[in-house]
Ligand binder design. Sequence first.
Ligand SMILES: [Zn+2]
Length: 493
Amino acid sequence: MWQALKTAFLCGRGQSLVTYASYDDNFSDHLTRIEAVLNCFKKFGLRLNPSKCSFGASKIKILGHQVDQNGIRPDEEKIKAITEFPAPNNLQQIALTSKPVLGHFDDDAPTELHTDASGYGIGAVLAQKQGSDEKVIAYASRTLLRAEQNYSTTERECLAIIWAIGKFRPYLFGRHFRVVTDHHSLCWLTNLKDPAGRLARWALRLQEYDVSIVYKTGRMHQDADGLSRNPLKHTEENFNDDIPTLFLLSDIGREQENHPYIAEIIRNKSQPSLTKQDNKFKIVKGILYRKNYDPTGQPLLLVVPRHLRMEILSDLHDAPTAGHLGFAKTYDRVKRRFYWPGLYRSVKRYVGHCQDCQRRKGVPQLPPGYLKPIPPPGGPFQKVGIDLLGRFPISQGKKKWIVVCTDYLTKYAVTQSLGSGEAQEIAKFLLEEVILKHGAPREIVMDRGRNFQSKLLQELTNKCGIKKKTTTAYHPQTNGLTERLNRTIADML
Ligand SMILES: [Zn+2]
């Protein structure tokens, strides 16, 4: 049995490996097994990260469960929202805490998500109808962020749904489930006729799930209700709101029909004789999607009408969160969610024509003119280039400049943000971050900027016996290495 397990793990992704001694085994057997495993690793030249290993543990957490001598139990984390629930002080509250027995998730059972929001918290219960029982699979709750406390009731209730779906995504993605809420207006969220702003983005996010929202009065689902009123302290949540804002449009289905190519597919879909082409598409709630077999993307890609494509491209390429990534990365982001004919070419053209990209990234080609070969330095930090980047929009610490010092041999870079970028600050950086930490370089390459040519820097380099080399005017190629890094940093910011 154990041999089989080991083989399975080693043949699989090799990401986790468990050797266990059940409680009626003795410890020396356990050691023999561990030795066998370690020998096996050695034989195949595999290495283990000590911080991720534990040996001789009497209980371990694995795949969301806690395994110890008493058996397998749900991970404490999953029922934390319940165990840390304040002591009940009336009958109604006891109804909730009396049976927080978590069931196992059953792939075939109907799945429900109960959500609720109070003025300061949101809560959710993932439940399944297994046979005649309703089993709770997991509980979750959190407090609202300050900004979220200003949301309207509808928005808070909606936030609870979106948050809970994200939280339980592994259970929900790719299967039908019902969201049960006591807020009646949310039933329209999935078919919002005229969505705008935040609600629209959320409605859009729901589109990747096969979900229906049903309304139940508050009394019928006190579980989630109770949690939202006694939420766990908010812990940092990966709650990014990066869904494109494009869906300020009224009705995607109608927009699609206005587009001849898409309309034709939809028309063909309704005919009984399906061509091969039509099989690649699926209509869900009146909206045409293309099936996606790439596991990294969503299972259904929205077929985008022509006039909305630019908006998607600009959202996924030059919105502040998108950061002007190159063609390959932008294409990857788009094709995970959307489809239209000629997608590859559209992205290529869009990124190629992006003015911001052109202005800052330039064309990767040889600089014109004679190139001076630079003899390689003899050791790390013997020759460095230094440059000042800015001005940037003010960051939190009121820093507007970034000074970059690059080692010519190792390409190692030391950077620091500066307030004024004046000579004093540069000298201080050079002394504290470069000279005192890496030793005085023999040579520093810098440009003709006023700050670099200051007396102070001159003195500092003289005292340390550093040869100061100035780049040719308007010819930053001399300091090519630093300039290259600068470009990367500036693109990232
Ligand atoms: Zn760009």
